[in-house]
Ligand binder design. Structure first.
Ligand SMILES: [Zn+2]
Length: 113
């Protein structure tokens, strides 16, 4: 495995717990007294419903990232970390330093899933 200027296991563990915390907050049950959905009354409830839809969207994106983090942890465990999921070529260490959970090289970014 290529020597990396950082500790991927620590980076991935930190990112995973950060993501799980944020997702938990975004998907937490609505506080008591507030309404879900678009009611008849236009006002705070509508704005809140839109806010919740936005949060649901970001929660989904965060969950996708979390999938990649978990995938990267599995690759660390089986010794394939640092290799592209598509072409099996080494991933640029600079890319890994920026996004330690990148499952692919630059060329194949976005080609998994
Ligand atoms: Zn590739």
């Amino acid at each position: 495995m290529t020597e990396l200027p950082f500790d991927p296991a620590a980076e991935l563990a930190a990112k995973a717990s950060e993501l799980r915390r944020t997702i938990g907050r975004l998907t937490a049950p609505v506080e008591e007294g507030s309404t879900i959905g678009f009611g008849k009354r236009i006002g705070d409830g509508t704005i809140q419903a839109i806010q919740q839809l936005t949060d649901a969207g970001s929660a989904q994106r965060l969950a996708d990232t979390l999938d990649q983090v978990v995938r990267a942890q599995a690759k660390l465990a089986d010794g394939t970390y640092g290799r592209c999921d598509v072409c099996d070529e080494p991933i640029d260490p600079e890319r890994l330093e920026f996004r330690p959970w990148s499952p692919t090289c630059v060329r194949h970014a976005g080609q998994t899933r």
